[in-house]
Ligand binder design. Structure first.
Ligand code: PLP
Length: 364
């Protein structure tokens, strides 16, 4: 089965061999406070910084999931005001969890509640509304996996300029590793590893600017094992607040050692995405869900069609050994999604395209 599912998604094929290597090396049976594990962790962090061009001054942490990162941010900055911009299921879920955790008291600082947010159209960019600059923490979803939209780097630059006093936190789960990211445009970036990074589920990478760390230490929230103040202090000695996912840290290190530069991965993702969009634009039977080219994702392509066509297409794809991503939330029945992640090989895309062409031709 070829998987185009956007999470968990296709693993890098080399993972098979690295799994065996992890077992044979004995790393899975050593203590996570040992020098052997520290060496693996250190190398993984330095490779992440090198390969993804993360500024040297930023901190990198290994945590359990992107969902955990939503809570880490909500807890670690609990005394501040938050504003969420969202247009789909993941951004909205983050907003909901932050609401539940933090909206118990009204903020005296402004007329806002502590956690606020607004939904914007998935066909449009985030509005540039400077009224909200009083917000301390701005929460954004870089790539909304549920509907195949993204925030362009131009938009991020604009937001960074408008909200230059805020901490900007970005969920980059389905973009980190697939496209080039200018990390200086935000203070907090995070991603689970089972999407663009092509690894098994169960770990996330959390990247923080010196500013984000400083703020967390000033606020000094220490109620939860995974408050940023604890995470940061532990990582100073290459330790974690809990037993880390040693296997995934090992696999990440192995995959990064062999991976090409993020600039070349970026070019490939953009080219493949462009190809997909132009293909679906001319197809007739199906079309890209997102019409506005400025907000179209380069890593998750959402395709829209009649509910019965979509249902038929997913079934026939499965029979042909191709797993497509189901639609999500309000788009569950009328769309399917294609992961455009680096682990997917050119020959697999060819198989998908041949299948689609056949499917469409039969209905002409
Ligand atoms: C998949 C996904 C998540 C959730 O990831 P978990 O590993 O399940 O926590 C969060 N945000 C985005 C944008 C995602 O695509």
């Amino acid at each position: 089965m070829i998987s185009f599912y956007p999470g968990p998604s296709k693993l890098f094929p080399e993972v098979s061999q690295y799994l065996q290597e992890a077992f044979d090396s004995g790393i899975l049976s050593v203590n996570h406070r040992s020098s052997e594990f520290i060496e693996v962790s250190k190398t993984a962090v330095s490779l992440l910084k090198e390969k993804f061009e993360i500024p040297e001054s930023y901190s990198v942490f290994f945590v359990s999931s992107a969902t955990e990162c939503w809570e880490i941010i909500a807890q670690s900055f609990a005394s501040l005001n938050f504003w969420h911009f969202y247009n789909g299921a993941f951004g909205e879920k983050w907003f909901e969890y932050n609401n539940r955790l933090n909206n118990l008291e009204f903020s005296p600082k402004s007329n806002f509640q502590k956690v606020n947010g607004s939904k914007f159209s998935c066909q449009e960019e985030i509005p540039s509304n400077s009224i909200l600059t009083a917000m301390d923490v701005l929460c954004l979803t870089h790539n909304e996996t549920s509907n195949g939209t993204h925030i362009s780097s131009e938009k991020l630059t604009e937001l960074k300029n408008i909200y230059n006093n805020s901490i900007i936190a970005v969920d980059a789960t389905s973009s980190l590793g697939g496209i080039f990211i200018d990390f200086s445009l935000a203070d907090i970036w995070f991603a689970s590893v089972q999407k663009c990074l092509g690894l098994p589920a169960g770990m996330a990478v959390l990247v923080c600017s010196p500013n984000a760390v400083k703020k967390a230490l000033e606020l000094n929230h220490r109620k939860h094992y995974n408050d940023l103040a604890f995470i940061f202090e532990k990582m100073k000695d290459w330790q974690t607040t809990h037993t880390p996912n040693v296997l995934n840290v090992f696999l990440l290190k192995k995959v990064l050692e062999k991976s090409s530069t993020i600039r070349s991965i970026h070019e490939q993702s953009l080219e493949r995405a462009k190809d997909y969009y132009s293909y679906f634009t001319t197809l007739g039977l199906l079309k890209p869900l997102i019409e506005n080219e400025k907000v179209r994702s380069n890593t998750v392509v959402a395709v829209e069609g009649g509910a019965s066509i979509i249902d038929q297409l997913k079934k026939e794809a499965k029979q042909s050994g191709i797993l497509l991503g189901n639609g999500y939330g309000e788009w569950a029945k009328t769309t399917f999604r294609i992961a455009n992640f680096p682990a997917i090989q050119e020959k697999e895309i060819t198989v998908l395209k041949e299948f689609l062409q056949k499917f469409v031709n039969q209905r002409k």
